[in-house]
Ligand binder design. Structure first.
Ligand SMILES: [Zn+2]
Length: 443
């Protein structure tokens, strides 16, 4: 066996060795260390995040690095965000030195590391091309059916085919005064279950759901909303149509008939009540709203106010002006256009009593089996048909999901009941519920 060195640039090699010698592992980093450097792979780059505080508007992004020892989250703010956001690439390896190390805030952090890095002016990040000594990201996938056992707020790795891709929705922000965008996907896998997966921000806007792509998410957050659902966070790596064996198997399964299966969904356990129970149990008098399900009949719908011309921005009712334009009091703006919005005031009756409810757009459209735009159009052009549609909806039975909460602005001890959703009566399910009730009586 012969030992030979080719290309004798010993100075360059010595320099490499020095770097190698002082190279640290991510898991060994702590803020007291000086002169460290790591070599790690980028496994995730977040969207640019915008915020506003006392010092004015700002922005930052997060990047997650991985080496043999673990992961670390790194953020770049403002100038540093501009400097690196478009430079770093997922899956490439970089050598990083002189970043500031600080404690992570366990409230927001999902990466398992006591510390995180922050890029500052002196930070160096250099690409190391073709370094295959640094590992790639690994996943520990759970089947969608296994989410049943997952607690709210736990983090899971999941892979599935996008069966439904909904439009982007803009949500008004509560505290940050900044609106947020989201997009809901329904993903499915071989466990024959479907679950909702929510994307946020730019990721939601740019997501292309055409041709049912395969998506893999690391650290999706589990919530108990609608039974079970998943959310992709700022620190959640997401891969679309990755060229992996597992993804290709899923693709074939879906295309070869998986797409035609009937998938189970995570049902929120229903809190069955009769209207008598709602009263006797004092629902709706606590600070937080109560939710319940009742099987009832729509005994009356207030017919003259089912749809209204709404502000395209805030959905408040518009005032029609003489010049044919519309004024929104809330936005204090004039519009030449409007959006039809549906809202029903109705009385629901069951064998024990009745309740007046307010029904917002989504549930109202289901109850009347017509879109708000179409009903608005009928109100303007075919009032007879409009009344016919509303009358036909009366005396129909539904499972009403209700939310009841205090309505102190009306009068003391008053409550208001909103219908969150109205579904056709599932007699099999209702039969089971009644059988359960009977058992309670017998025992
Ligand atoms: Zn408005």
């Amino acid at each position: 066996m012969s030992h030979s060195y080719t290309g004798g640039d010993s100075r360059a090699r010595r320099r490499m060795q020095q770097v190698e010698g002082s190279r640290s592992l991510i898991a060994s980093l702590d803020p007291s260390m000086r002169g460290w450097c790591i070599r790690a792979r980028v496994i995730h780059i977040s969207d640019m995040q915008h915020y506003s505080n006392d010092t004015g508007p700002g922005k930052f992004f997060k990047v997650i690095f991985l080496d043999d020892s673990g992961e670390i989250c790194c953020s770049g703010f403002n100038q540093q965000a501009d400097r690196y956001f478009n430079v770093l690439r997922v899956d490439e390896v970089y050598q990083i030195s002189n970043a500031r190390l600080q404690k992570t805030n366990p409230k927001y952090a999902t990466v398992k590391n006591k510390y995180e890095m922050r890029i500052d002016r002196t930070t160096r990040i250099d690409i190391c091309r073709d370094d295959d000594t640094v590992p790639f990201m690994t996943f520990d996938f759970v089947k969608i059916s296994e989410l049943e056992k997952c607690k709210p707020d736990s983090l899971v790795d999941v892979i599935g085919v996008v069966k439904e891709c909904h439009d982007v929705v803009t949500l008004p922000a509560k505290q940050s005064k900044k609106e947020n965008k989201k997009r809901d996907l329904q993903i499915v896998d071989g466990s024959k279950m479907a679950v909702n997966l929510t994307l946020w921000g730019e990721t939601a806007v740019t997501f292309n759901g055409k041709n049912c792509p395969v998506v893999a998410v690391k650290r999706a957050r589990v919530s108990s909303y609608e039974g079970k659902s998943l959310s992709v966070g700022v620190e959640s790596p997401l891969r679309v149509n990755p060229n992996w064996k597992k993804a290709n198997v899923l693709r074939r399964w879906f295309d070869d008939g998986g797409k035609d299966l009937v998938f189970g969904t995570f049902e929120k356990e229903k809190n069955w009540k009769t209207f008598e129970q709602v009263k006797s149990e004092n629902l709706g008098h606590k600070e937080k709203p109560d939710h319940y399900t009742v099987k009832g009949i729509l005994s009356e719908i207030k017919k003259n106010s089912c749809v209204y011309k709404a502000c395209p921005k805030c959905k408040k009712k518009l005032n029609e002006q003489e010049n044919g334009r519309y004024h929104c009091e809330k936005c204090d703006k004039k519009y030449s256009d409007y959006k039809w919005n549906m809202i029903l005031t109705a009385v629901v009756t069951d064998h024990s009593g009745e309740e007046t409810i307010t029904c917002f757009q989504k549930a109202a459209e289901r109850i009347l089996s017509i879109k708000a735009d179409e009903l608005g159009d009928l109100l303007d052009h075919d009032e007879r048909r409009y009344h016919q549609i509303v009358t036909e909806a009366e005396s129909k039975q539904h499972f009403f999901q209700m939310r009841v909460q205090p309505n102190t602005s009306y009068k003391e001890n008053a409550v208001k009941t909103s219908c969150v959703s109205a579904d056709p009566v599932n007699w099999q399910e209702y039969g089971k519920h009644l059988a359960g009730q009977l058992e309670l009586w017998v025992c």
